[in-house]
Design a protein around this ligand. Structure first.
Ligand code: ATP
Ligand code: MG
Ligand code: MG
Ligand code: MG
Length: 477
C-alpha cells in the first residue's frame, strides 16, 4: 500500500479509510499507544496497537527511536490534542533502536548535549521545526527576489581575490603541506598549485556579483561563505550562508528600503507559512523563560516579536547620531559606555548595538554613514571626506543581521582609496575595469542567513540553526 505522509493524513483526516504511515517512534505507552513522526509536520500521529494480537517479540521492538511502518484504519481519536488516530492492523519494523543505547530518550535534552549528536538531533521536535522553517525561508528568499525581477547569480566558491578577507580566509590548495615547492625567495611557490596562484574559499560573493549587476541591473547571490573566525561566539560560524543582492541605479536610501522590505517579507512569510512550527518553538521559549529571573524574561512572545518586526518601521539614524546617544546614555545606572573614552571613529561593539536596539529604540535599527576607516575599500565616500555610505541593520537579540553599502563607482576615488589601504591594484584589475567601462551607481548588502533563522526561531546560539555547524575545532560530521 502507498505511504501517506502524516501532514497530509492529519489534514485530510480520512475517517474509515485504510492507510499506511511510516516514521520514527517518539514514545510507546502502555504497550498500546505509539506516537510517531515522519518529519512532514511538527505533529505526531498516534497509532494504536492491539497488544493481544501482536507477537511479544514485535512489541518489544517498538521503542523510542525505532523506525516502522503501520497500516490500519483511520478512526476518530478520544485522546486530547489529536483528532484522529490509526488502528493498527499490520506493523513492520524497519530499524530497531536499542533503548540502552539510543541517546534521545523522551526527556528534555540540553541544546549543548544535542550539538554533540548533530546526526541524531534532527529527530527531535525542536530541530525538525527549525530545519523546516529554514527550508521555508530559503524558498521565501527566492520568491522575494523573483517577484521583484531580480536574477539569481552563482558566484564562485573558490576565489583568487583576497582583497577583503585577509586573515579570515581558508586556503584552498593541492600542494603537499609536508613538502611544498619553494620559490627563489624561500616562500611556498603557488605558481605550482592547481590554479597557479593562491586561492581561498569565498568570504563574500559581493565583488563578483557586482559584475552581474552592472549588466542585469538587479541581481543576488545566495551561497555558502567561509570565514576562519577566531572568535567563539553565539553569532559566528566558520561556514554560513549569505544572501547578497546587488542593485544598479540604487543609492543608500534605496538600499535601506530594500533591506527593510526584505526582512519584513521574510518574517511575514514565516508567520503565514510556518505557524505550527513557530507555535512549538514559542512554547519551548516560554518554558525556558520560566526558569529565568523575572527581569531576564522576554517581554514579547516569539510570534509577537515577528509580528512587531513585520509591521513597524525600523529606526534609521547616522553613526554620528548613534555615538551621541551612546555618549549620553547610562546603561548601568552609574557607569557610562566606554565610548566616552574611545569616541567617534571606532566600531560599535555588540553591547552598543544591543543598547540601541533593545533599550533605546526598542525596535530594529538601521545605522548608516559609518567612518570610512572602519569599513571596506569599496564603500562610496561621502562629501564630508570622513564617512562612507554604509549601513548595518541591527536586530534585537542578534545585533548585526545585515551589512551593506553604496559602492564606490568613481574610478579615481576608488583607486585613491585602495592605494591608501595598501591593496595592490593588480589584484583588483578586473574590478577596476568595471569602473572604467560603463560605470554606474550601485548598492548592495549581505544578510547572514543563519542570523535571520536565529531571529525567526528565537534561538540563542547560531550553532542550533544550521544542520552541521562549523566552528573552531568542530568538523566531525
Ligand atoms: P560581525 O560584525 O557580526 O562579525 P561582519 O560585519 O563581519 O559581521 P559582514 O562582512 O558585514 O559581517 O557580512 C554580512 C552579514 O553576514 C553580517 O551582517 C552577518 O549577518 C553575516 N555574518 C558575518 N559573519 C558571519 C559569521 N561568521 N557567521 C554567520 N554569519 C555571519
Ligand atoms: Mg565579522
Ligand atoms: Mg560588523
Ligand atoms: Mg558588517
Amino acid at each position: 500500500q502507498k505511504r501517506i505522509k502524516i501532514s497530509d493524513l492529519l489534514k485530510e483526516a480520512p475517517i474509515g479509510k485504510e492507510v499506511t504511515v511510516m516514521g520514527w517512534v517518539r514514545t510507546f505507552r502502555n504497550n498500546q499507544f505509539i506516537s510517531m513522526n515522519d518529519g512532514s509536520t511538527i505533529n505526531n500521529l498516534q497509532a494504536v496497537v492491539d497488544f493481544q494480537q501482536m507477537p511479544e517479540e514485535t512489541l518489544r521492538k517498538i521503542t523510542t527511536g525505532s523506525c516502522l511502518s503501520v497500516t490500519g484504519v483511520v478512526v476518530e481519536s478520544l485522546g486530547k490534542g489529536q483528532s484522529i488516530e490509526v488502528k493498527v492492523k499490520d506493523l513492520e519494523i524497519f530499524g530497531e533502536a536499542d533503548p540502552e543505547k539510543f541517546p534521545l530518550q523522551p526527556k528534555k535534552h540540553s541544546l549543548e548535549f544535542l550539538r554533540e549528536i548533530a546526526h541524531l538531533r534532527v529527530r527531535t521536535s525542536t530541530f525538525g521545526a527549525i530545519y523546516r522553517i529554514r527550508h521555508s525561508m530559503i524558498y521565501a528568499v527566492h520568491s522575494f527576489f523573483h517577484e521583484r525581477g531580480f536574477y539569481n547569480i552563482h558566484t564562485p566558491i573558490i576565489t583568487g581575490s583576497d582583497a577583503e578577507g585577509a586573515g579570515e580566509m581558508f586556503r584552498v590548495t593541492t600542494l603537499d603541506p609536508a613538502n611544498p615547492p619553494m620559490d627563489e625567495n624561500g616562500f611556498v611557490d603557488f605558481r605550482e598549485d592547481f590554479f597557479e596562484k593562491e586561492t581561498n574559499l569565498t568570504v563574500s560573493g559581493q565583488l563578483e556579483v557586482e559584475t552581474a549587476c552592472l549588466a542585469l541591473s538587479d541581481v543576488y547571490t545566495f551561497g555558502p561563505t567561509f570565514r576562519a573566525e577566531n572568535s567563539n561566539t553565539s553569532r559566528h560560524l566558520a561556514e554560513f550562508w549569505m544572501i547578497e543582492p546587488e542593485v544598479a541605479f540604487c543609492d543608500l536610501e534605496g538600499l535601506m528600503d530594500l533591506a527593510e522590505d526584505f526582512v519584513k517579507y521574510l518574517t511575514r512569510y514565516a508567520l503565514e507559512h510556518c505557524a505550527g512550527d513557530l507555535e512549538f518553538l514559542e512554547n519551548r521559549l516560554l518554558e525556558e523563560d520560566k526558569s529565568k529571573p523575572q527581569q531576564e524574561r522576554s517581554t514579547m512572545t516569539l510570534t509577537e516579536r515577528l509580528r512587531f518586526v513585520s509591521e513597524n518601521e525600523f529606526e534609521r539614524l547616522s553613526y554620528t547620531d548613534a555615538i551621541e546617544i551612546l555618549r549620553n546614555s547610562k546603561p548601568n545606572k552609574k557607569k557610562k559606555f566606554q565610548y566616552l573614552i574611545e569616541g567617534w571613529g571606532s566600531d560599535l561593539q555588540s553591547e552598543h548595538e544591543r543598547y540601541l536596539v533593545e533599550k533605546h529604540f526598542q525596535k530594529p535599527v538601521i545605522l548608516f554613514n559609518y567612518p570610512k576607516n572602519i569599513k571596506a575599500f569599496y564603500m562610496r565616500q561621502n562629501e564630508d571626506g570622513k564617512t562612507v555610505a554604509a549601513m548595518d541593520v541591527l536586530f534585537p537579540g542578534i545585533g548585526e543581521i545585515i551589512g551593506g553599502s553604496q559602492r564606490e563607482e568613481r574610478l579615481d576615488v576608488l583607486q585613491e582609496r585602495i592605494a591608501e589601504m595598501n591593496i595592490p591594484e593588480k589584484d583588483l584589475w578586473w574590478y577596476l575595469e568595471l569602473r572604467k567601462f560603463g560605470t554606474a551607481p550601485h548598492s548592495g548588502f549581505g544578510l547572514g542567513f543563519e542570523r535571520l533563522i536565529q531571529f525567526v526561531c528565537g534561538m540563542g546560539n547560531i550553532r542550533d540553526v544550521i544542520p552541521f555547524p562549523r566552528t573552531p575545532g568542530n568538523a566531525e560530521f
